[in-house]
Design a protein around this ligand. Structure first.
Ligand SMILES: *Cc1c(COP(=O)(O)O)cnc(C)c1O
Length: 233
């Protein structure tokens, strides 16, 4: 028997889980993009993930993004998934393919000023109303997106959320469902600058529920890339 490396085993497990969730929900596997969140692992481990064919990589800090890009100059699609301070926009905006954390006009203004090409953005929504989480309330989201009409450097391709920290699957599912319903409402407006068709939701512990509820982008860290402290590859 051929021995599989831990990384390959983790990827296989995730792939099986994704296929099962897609089947359950009557969705196509191809409609779900896996983003490997590499913020906590080394350049080497990140390169291994890429070598396994997972080309979408997520980082949440400018330094992390820039360091990884220097180590991995080609082959990856870069997603920025963390809070962005406005003064850091100029450092990252031309380096990323997707921004998952657009949550305020001041950030939009800075992107408009600094970006050369339009940036595909997800608007971050706080569906669970946890104070610790950033993001707009669902009620504010339409007004915010409408206000972005004249920002030709921003394309609102979808919504992003983080599930609350809880073991309660029903609570998590409600949050994901809430984001999907909001997405459906906004997509129906057919705004030219904001198609709002995508849903970035689901992490290591809840990506299966997220896919059942319509996620098009799952952001998977530890379950995919492992952790350096375990020493596995
Ligand atoms: C770290 C992070 C993830 C991945 O978290 P895991 O639980 O390790 O899968 C996903 N999304 C965001 C915004 C993150 O900061």
């Amino acid at each position: 028997m051929i021995e599989m490396k831990p990384l390959q085993q983790r990827i296989n497990t995730i792939e099986e889980t994704i296929c099962r969730a897609c089947e359950y929900a009557g969705r196509k596997r191809d409609d779900v993009t896996v983003i490997a969140v590499t913020k906590q692992v080394s350049d080497e481990r990140t390169q291994n993930v890429l070598n396994e064919g997972i080309i979408h990589l997520g980082e949440n800090r400018p330094e992390g993004l820039i360091g990884k890009q220097q180590a991995i100059p080609q082959g990856a699609v870069w997603h920025f998934i963390g809070n962005v301070q406005s003064r850091k926009v100029k450092e990252i905006i031309e380096r990323i393919d997707y921004l998952h954390s657009l949550d305020r006009l001041s950030l939009a203004k800075e992107i408009q000023k600094r970006a050369v090409e339009p940036v595909d953005c997800f608007v971050q929504v706080n569906v669970s109303f946890e104070e610790s989480k950033s993001g707009l309330s669902p009620a504010e989201t339409l007004g915010f997106i409408e206000a972005l009409r004249d920002y030709d450097k921003i394309r609102v391709i979808g919504l992003m959320t983080m599930a609350p920290l809880t073991e309660d699957q029903d609570t998590i599912r409600k949050v994901f469902r809430g984001l999907r319903e909001l997405r459906d409402e906004l997509a129906a407006k057919k705004m030219q600058h904001a198609p709002v068709t995508k849903l970035s939701m689901g992490m290591s512990n809840d990506y299966s529920i997220a896919i059942e509820e319509g996620a098009t982008h799952v952001r998977i860290g530890t379950a995919l890339v492992g952790s350096e402290s375990e020493g596995d590859e």
